[in-house]
Ligand binder design. Structure first.
Ligand code: RVP
Length: 497
C-alpha cells in the first residue's frame, strides 16, 4: 500500500493569475485549434479541430443532429456504442451523408397531409422546413417546401392541407445537382429565399442549402470537415464486440474511434488497439482511456492509442467514486499526465494528445483545463443542455425548461460494455437527472469560446500551447471557495420560455 502525499484537486479549486497582455493579444488573434490524434513533433496532426471540444460518448448527448451542429462550429462528436452495431453505423453514415452546407432530404411529407401533421413532424424532427414529395418519401418527386413560417394556427386550420400553404416548386428558385456551395449561396441570396432546393433532372430533390448554415459558416469559418468537405464524426467502441463493431464503423465512414470505458488501464484496451493496427495500420485512428495517472497514460500511448482520455469519477452524473472508491480530482490527474505526454514527445518525437473528460461545471473550468495542458475536452452535461441533444425536453416544477441527462452507468442506460462488472451491470455507477435547457449549440458555444478567449487574453496568450506553458494557477482557500459560492446563485439560470 502506498499513500500519495498530495491532495487530489478539481478544476473549481484553482484560479488563474493574469499575465502581461500586450498589443498582439486580442481576442480575434486567439487560435484555439488543437490536435485530435497523434502526430510527429513538428508535423501537423492528421485531424485538427478548431474548437477543442468533443461531445461525450453518451446516449443522452451525442446524436447525428448534435454531431452535425458541433462539427459545424469546429468541434467533433463521438456517437455512443451502447446500441446495436448497425444502428451506430447508420448514425455515422447520417452525419457523413451531410455534406457541409448541403442538408439531406430525409424528412418528407405528402401534399395531402394536414398542417397539423406537418407541424407535429417539424416539432419531432426539430426542423424548420420539410420537403413535400408526391408520395411523402425521400425518393418521391419534389413538389415544394412547407416551413413554420408558412402557417399560423390563428389564421389557418390544423386540418388544412399542406398543399394549400406550401411554397410550390414553380415559385421557388432551385439549382441543379452538382451546383457548388459557393454558387448555391449566391443563388440563395439573389432569390431572398431562406432555403435553396438542389434538384436532379428527374425532378427529385437531393439536398437543401440553408441561409442559417451560411450564416454559421461565416460566423465560425471553422467546420470540422474531411477532404471531401463532409463533416467529421467519431464513434465509441468497446472491448467486447470490437471485431465486428470497428469494421462496420470504418465502413460507414467514422473518422476516429474511441474506446469507451470508465477504467482504460487494462490489457483489454491494449488488445483492441493491436487489432486496429494489425488490420488497418495507421489509417484508422483510435483514442483510449480513461486513465488518471502517468502509468495509465504511458501504457495506452505505448500501445499505440491516438489520444488518451483522462478522468475517472468526475462526470456530473457519475457516482463511481461513491460506489467503488476509485477516481481522482480532474486537475490533479491532468497535472500528472500532461508532463508525461510532453516527456514522451521529447523522448520519442511522438505527440499523443490528452483529452480531459468530464467534470466541467462552469465555462471557466474549461479555461482551467486548457491551462493544465489538456489538448481538448470531452463534455457531457455541457452539450446535454442544447436543442440538438437527443434527450427530451421537460418542464420542471417551477416551470423552467429542462432536458433529461443520464449517465451511461445508470439503470436507464445500462451500458454494460462500459460499466459491466464482469458481464451485466450489477450495481449503478451513474444517475438519471435533469439539466437546464439553454437553447442552441451554436449560440452557446459562441459565448463559451468568447469567455475562453477572454481568459487567454488576460493571461497573455493567443494559442493553447502558450497558454499552458505560461499559465500561473493557484489553489484557492476553502474560504475563497465558500465566499464565491455563498453569493446569489448566478450560474445556470433556467431559460424562461
Ligand atoms: P460531464 O461532462 O461532467 O457530464 O461528464 C461526462 C463524462 O462522464 C463522460 O464523458 C463519461 O466519461 C462520464 N460518464 C458517463 N456516464 C457516466 C456514469 O454513468 N457514471 N459517467
Amino acid at each position: 500500500m502506498r499513500i500519495l502525499s498530495e491532495t487530489s484537486r478539481t478544476f473549481g479549486e484553482y484560479l488563474l493569475l493574469p499575465n502581461l497582455t500586450d498589443e498582439d493579444c486580442t481576442p480575434d488573434r486567439v487560435d484555439l485549434s488543437a490536435p485530435l490524434v497523434r502526430h510527429r513533433v513538428g508535423q501537423q496532426s492528421p485531424i485538427r479541430i478548431a474548437t477543442p471540444m468533443v461531445s461525450a460518448i453518451m446516449g443522452a448527448v451525442s446524436s447525428p443532429q448534435l454531431a452535425i451542429a458541433l462539427a459545424q462550429v469546429g468541434g467533433l462528436s463521438f456517437l455512443h456504442q451502447n446500441q446495436p452495431i448497425g444502428e451506430q453505423a447508420e448514425m455515422v453514415a447520417t452525419v457523413k451523408r451531410h455534406k457541409a452546407g448541403f442538408r439531406h432530404n430525409d424528412v418528407n411529407i405528402k401534399p395531402s397531409a394536414t398542417l397539423h401533421e406537418a407541424d407535429l413532424l417539424m416539432r419531432q424532427t426539430r426542423l424548420d422546413v420539410v420537403v413535400v414529395t408526391d408520395d411523402g418519401t425521400p425518393s418521391g418527386r419534389f413538389l415544394g417546401l412547407i416551413g413554420t413560417r408558412d402557417y399560423n394556427f390563428h389564421r389557418h386550420q390544423p386540418g388544412d392541407s399542406v398543399e394549400s400553404r406550401m411554397l410550390p416548386v414553380a415559385d421557388l428558385v432551385t439549382a441543379p445537382h452538382g451546383t457548388t456551395l459557393e454558387r448555391a449561396n449566391s443563388l440563395l441570396w439573389d432569390s431572398r429565399q431562406d432555403v435553396l432546393p438542389i434538384v436532379e433532372a428527374t425532378g427529385h430533390l437531393t439536398a437543401l442549402v440553408q441561409r442559417r448554415d451560411y450564416e454559421l459558416h461565416e460566423q465560425f469559418r471553422t467546420e470540422t470537415v474531411d477532404g471531401d468537405k463532409r463533416f467529421r464524426v467519431g464513434a465509441g467502441v468497446n472491448t467486447r464486440d470490437f471485431k465486428d463493431r470497428i469494421p462496420a464503423l470504418v465502413e460507414s465512414g467514422a473518422d476516429v474511434l474511441c474506446l469507451d470505458s470508465s477504467d482504460g488501464y487494462s490489457v483489454w484496451q491494449h488488445r483492441v488497439i493491436e487489432f486496429v493496427r494489425e488490420r488497418y495500420g495507421d489509417t484508422v485512428h483510435i483514442g483510449a482511456g480513461n486513465v488518471v495517472d502517468a502509468r495509465g497514460f504511458r501504457y495506452l500511448a505505448d500501445a499505440g492509442a491516438d489520444f488518451v482520455k483522462v478522468g475517472i469519477g468526475g462526470g456530473s452524473i457519475c457516482i463511481t467514486r461513491d460506489q467503488k472508491g476509485i477516481g481522482r480530482g480532474q486537475a490533479t490527474a491532468l497535472a500528472e499526465i500532461v508532463p508525461a505526454r510532453d516527456a514522451l514527445a521529447e523522448k520519442t518525437g511522438m505527440y499523443v494528445p490528452v483529452c480531459s473528460d468530464g467534470g466541467v461545471i462552469h465555462d471557466s473550468h474549461m479555461a482551467i483545463a486548457y491551462a493544465f495542458g489538456a489538448d481538448f475536452l470531452m463534455l457531457g452535461r455541457y452539450f446535454a443542455r442544447f436543442d440538438e441533444s437527443p434527450a427530451p425536453k421537460v418542464r420542471g416544477a417551477g416551470g423552467q425548461v429542462l432536458k433529461e441527462y443520464w449517465g451511461e452507468g445508470s439503470a436507464r442506460a445500462r451500458n454494460a460494455a462500459r460499466y459491466g462488472q464482469g458481464g451485466d451491470m450489477v450495481f449503478e455507477e451513474g444517475v438519471d437527472g435533469y439539466v437546464n435547457y439553454v437553447g442552441s449549440l451554436a449560440d452557446n458555444v459562441k459565448v463559451t469560446l468568447a469567455k475562453i478567449r477572454s481568459t487567454m487574453i488576460s493571461c497573455g496568450s493567443t494559442s493553447l500551447r502558450r497558454f499552458h506553458e505560461t499559465a500561473v494557477l493557484e489553489p484557492i482557500s476553502q474560504q475563497t471557495f465558500v465566499q464565491n459560492s455563498e453569493e446569489v446563485d448566478r450560474n445556470e439560470r433556467p431559460t424562461v420560455v
